[in-house]
Design a protein around this ligand. Structure first.
Ligand code: AMP
Ligand code: FE
Ligand code: FE
Ligand code: ZN
Length: 295
């Protein structure tokens, strides 16, 4: 148990809804600082909020302090990158021990591969477009987990595309000439690392356009400690939600709903999907890696 995120006071503590458990800051590909993200969540009426930057926990301290000062409960989280064959899979990691050696080694490896990959994508893009590596650095906060969104922001700043969405559907598309894959563990390994760090692994946007993962892979993830699915997410499709809801009921899994707020980087707004109190309570009870920070 990491001391900094240990409970501040003994005895049972209560959180209050509404709860939004998936938001990003400039520590990855959001456009606001952790404190600004917490302020945005508060303006939208949220009472319990998680910060889930990609492959990093570096925003937790600032977010926890800001949340407390606004009277909100803070749930430390992360969105861990994974990959199954050609497709990316995102594993939300709630209440992990941020100092867990195996998890840290993995996030370090992913983050350094992301940096290398962004450079290689920049090299490819700069053959055809007026864009250099410094343009991307200029869009990236020091120490942040680098991703295609930062390249998108550089393309916008250069006037080459209108917004992130246009960049993703053109120059940054996985099918295009400029795309380079990043290193990420397979989903079973990712789930196991989160569970091993005392966290609660939940698959983010599991019914998005890429389609559901196969049942055999689901079974292997469940064996590795998968706790549930983020069914409330604007990118999930209705048919996939229906089958995962059935599976979640059969196996008594946790289901969440969240915004995936990225500041100005996406239209998603805090609180557009929320997680039921009973499910938040199950996440808190299941975790041993760290604890919520209560106001
Ligand atoms: P990467 O992990 O570097 O390949 O980039 C994927 C990230 O880009 C995801 O975490 C999304 O938040 C973001 N993203 C994907 N598609 C879009 C889009 N159309 N508009 C804005 N952001 C996007
Ligand atoms: Fe993102
Ligand atoms: Fe995601
Ligand atoms: Zn996300």
């Amino acid at each position: 148990m990491s001391q900094r995120y240990a409970r501040r006071m003994p005895g049972p503590q209560r959180f209050e809804g509404p709860s939004d458990l998936h938001l990003h800051s400039v520590h990855s590909d959001g456009t606001e600082s952790p404190a600004q993200v917490m302020a945005a969540a508060h303006r939208h009426g949220l009472r319990t909020v998680a910060l889930t930057d990609h492959d990093t926990t570096s925003g937790w301290a600032e977010a926890a302090e800001a949340a407390a000062s606004l009277g909100m409960t803070f749930i430390p989280g992360m969105e861990l990158s994974a990959r199954h064959e050609w497709r990316s899979v995102h594993v939300l990691a709630y209440l992990v021990d941020p100092d867990d050696d195996a998890l840290r080694a993995m996030t370090d490896r992913i983050r350094s591969s992301r940096l290398d990959r962004a450079r290689r994508m920049a090299d490819r893009i700069s053959r055809d477009y007026d864009l250099v590596w410094d343009d991307i650095l200029a869009q990236t906060t020091d120490g942040a987990t680098v991703g295609r969104p930062h390249i998108a922001d550089a393309l916008v700043a250069r006037g080459l595309v209108r917004d992130r969405a246009e960049a993703f559907s053109s120059i940054l598309s996985p099918g295009g000439d400029y795309y380079v894959a990043l290193y990420a563990p397979d989903p079973v390994t990712a789930v196991g690392l989160v569970a091993g760090a005392g966290g609660v692994p939940i698959i983010a946007h599991p019914a998005a356009r890429a389609g559901l993962l196969s049942m055999p892979l689901m079974e292997r993830m469940l064996d590795a400690g998968l706790a549930g699915f983020e069914l409330g997410h604007r990118e999930n499709l209705a048919s996939g939600i229906r089958s995962l809801r059935r599976l979640s009921e059969e196996r008594d899994l946790i289901v969440t709903g969240s915004s995936d707020y990225h500041g100005l980087g996406k239209p998603n707004q805090p609180g557009e999907h929320t997680t039921d109190d009973a499910m938040v309570a199950r996440i808190i009870e299941a975790a041993t890696g760290s604890a919520p920070v209560y106001p």
